[in-house]
Write a protein that binds this ligand. Structure first.
Ligand code: F6R
Length: 618
């Protein structure tokens, strides 16, 4: 969702803010803006649409300033127009916001009575004017100590508003201090040499510093060029840990690939290898749970596992259910976080709840894990971004080590999530003694082969590109799979619809007869995932049922499967392998299929319409 960047220091150009916002572009946005304080005045430029439109206006900003803020807006209240873009200005104050102010109407009424004039339809402008109003009162209370007045005014504002927020605030009356405060939306503080920063994600800052502080909910920070102070919402000063970030700026480049998504698909072998790295003993066959971040969880205590997640992370959870149940002999429920948080939850102190989230910031998953915590469940966060909100709230934080994922559609993080969940399944089973040494060693050996199998599968990219051209003009496509390939079918459908805007659904192949088969005719493509696993014969029969109704089959199966190839219009072969390796290969094929279809259709692959990388509003 919205991207935030802020700077205070010896001097930054408009290009600095622009490039910071570029780093956050992947989050999804529809308007942009920058405000800088120079010569005792606030200078603002805003633009509708993509950052390129803002770039044309940078010349109207001061060439350098000691302080400024920049924003990419993902519209919630008010259309994505220039007037609604942030920062919003109220007198000497410029403010930007990521989140939603729910009680903005009543605050707006109050401010209109005080003669404030509103120029936008946003909830954010309310916060800017309210802050201006509170600041004027606090100036009198603090004998014009402007920093203290602003601190108190912000504390008053955050107590008045209901909703979620991460604010970036500058004032021409205090031209050397940057303020921020947050609840539920992320804010990272970057510490530089004679300059300090704020941003909504680490990626905006790693060109400048590796030293970062993650602001927690109900915290306010006051940043100057050479110092920073952090307070709770009662106004008490607090100390925070400084993180040293191991991501590099190089990791955020396309490195010769035409899109981040393609690069990230091709990084899957490495993502899997990194997720396994130092977490298994390949000689004595042992899973190091501590290396997976499992330090506080009592692995012998839980009697049930719940996995909560959204989107692709949810499908990774559904897939992991097969293995957690099989290896740990436990009931595993996989729940959409947006449903879990509003439903009666049966979790208790005998439940382990695993929140799966690439970004670690997805608001539904964050709120759902709070419900689990209220019920005294043990909680593990499986996240890709260290220091994320979900990671910090859970008892244990397990990092999946996929490396930064920039493409909006999740690809390498999916593989890293699956391999990490499989490691947890094996590690729990080992500790709970529900797996034989032989099964454990066999599965560890197989996981070690996953990367090289994915590499082989990715060689099919050109062939998949050709096949994708058949889908470009389609209105609707079905995906089917059974067992562990059912979540993969749903993942493939999600990728196709989000990237190429073609309607797509993934079904458990056995469910076809219970309704979806009515959709089949000679115009419909069905992507059938049919490797030679335990479900092969059944899926093969389902494929025949589709074929006999005229459906057009694109099959994914084992190389050399002549029967499957002969009944398919198109066939994509993967190397024969063990069952646990299969989902990594079939998902890689479907990620490529979605990528090429979208590209051949002329869609924006890295930033599909209406989508955001980090979904921080409900
Ligand atoms: C789809 C996709 C989304 C995310 C979902 C959860 O390609 O990327 O469905 O998987 O928004 O995001 P995280 O994993 O960050 O919680």
């Amino acid at each position: 969702m919205c991207g935030v960047i802020g700077y205070v220091g010896k001097g930054a150009s408009p290009e600095f803010f622009f490039l910071g916002l570029k780093r956050l572009e992947y989050r999804g946005y529809d308007s942009t803006g920058i405000a800088m304080v120079f010569d005792g005045k606030i200078h603002v430029q805003r633009a509708e649409g993509k950052l390129i439109n803002l770039h044309e206006k940078l010349q109207h900003l001061p060439s350098r300033a000691n302080i400024g803020i920049g924003h990419t807006r993902w519209a919630t209240h008010g259309r994505p127009t220039e007037d609604n873009a942030h920062p919003h200005v109220s007198g000497h104050i410029a403010l930007l916001h990521n989140g939603i102010i729910e009680n903005y109407r009543e605050i707006k009424n109050f401010l209109q009575e005080k003669k404030y004039v509103f120029l936008s339809d946003t909830d954010t402008e309310v916060a800017a004017h309210l802050l201006h109003y509170e600041f004027s009162l606090e100036q009198k209370n603090t004998s014009h100590n402007n920093i203290l007045a602003m601190k108190n005014a912000i504390l008053n504002v955050v107590k008045t508003i209901k909703g979620t927020f991460a604010f970036g605030i500058i004032s021409s009356l205090i031209p050397d201090v940057l303020f921020t405060a947050k609840y539920a939306s992320p804010i990272i503080i970057g510490l530089g040499e004679n300059e300090n920063y704020i941003a909504s994600g680490m990626t905006a800052l790693i060109d400048h510093t590796k030293k970062m502080i993650v602001l927690d909910d109900y915290e306010l920070a006051i940043l100057k060029q050479d110092s920073y102070e952090i307070f709770d919402f009662q106004g008490n000063k607090i100390e925070k840990n400084i993180l040293s970030v191991d991501w590099s700026a190089q990791m955020l480049e396309k490195n010769g690939f035409s899109h981040f998504m393609l690069k990230e698909i091709f990084e899957q072998p490495e993502a899997v290898a990194q997720s396994l790295n130092s977490r298994i003993d390949p000689i004595d066959y042992h899973v190091f749970l501590e290396e997976l971040g499992i330090k506080n969880t009592n692995v012998l205590l839980f009697e049930k596992i719940q996995i909560i997640a959204c989107g692709t992370s949810f499908y990774a959870g559904l897939l992991a259910k097969f293995y957690l149940e099989k290896f740990c002999c436990l009931t595993v429920e996989v729940e959409l976080a947006s449903e879990y948080r509003y439903r009666y939850s049966t979790s208790n102190n005998k439940t382990l709840v695993i929140a799966v989230s690439q970004s670690g910031e997805t608001i539904d998953t964050l709120q759902a894990i709070k419900v689990a915590k209220e019920n005294n469940a043990q909680t593990i966060a499986l996240v890709n971004v260290r220091g994320s909100s979900i990671g910090r709230i859970c008892d244990d934080e397990s990092i999946m080590h996929a490396g930064p994922e920039v493409g909006v559609a999740s690809t390498k993080a999916f593989s890293a999530q699956v391999v990490s969940l499989l490691l947890l399944a094996l590690g729990f089973a080992e500790k709970r003694k529900t797996i034989s040494k032989e099964t454990l060693s066999c599965n560890i050996d197989n996981l070690l082969k996953v990367s090289s199998y994915i590499e082989k599968t990715l060689k099919e990219s050109d062939k998949i590109n050709q096949i994708s051209q058949k889908l470009v003009a389609e209105k609707s496509v079905l995906f089917i799979g059974r067992g562990p390939q059912w979540p993969i079918a749903m993942e493939g459908a999600l990728k196709l619809k989000e990237l190429s805007y073609i309607h797509a659904e993934g079904f458990a192949a056995g469910e076809l007869k219970h309704g979806p088969i009515a959709l089949i005719d000679e115009n419909l493509y069905v992507i059938c995932i049919a490797p030679k696993d335990a479900y092969y014969e059944k899926v093969y029969s389902n494929i025949h049922e589709i074929k006999s109704r005229g459906g057009k089959i694109i099959a994914i199966g084992f190389e050399g499967d002549k029967d499957l190839e002969s009944i398919s219009e198109h066939f994509i072969g993967i190397s024969p392998c063990e069952e646990i390796i299969l989902p990594f290969l079939t998902s890689a094929v479907l990620h490529l299929l979605a990528y090429w279809t979208a590209l051949n259709k002329g869609c924006d692959v890295d930033q599909p319409r209406n989508l955001a990388k980090s979904v921080t509003v409900e």
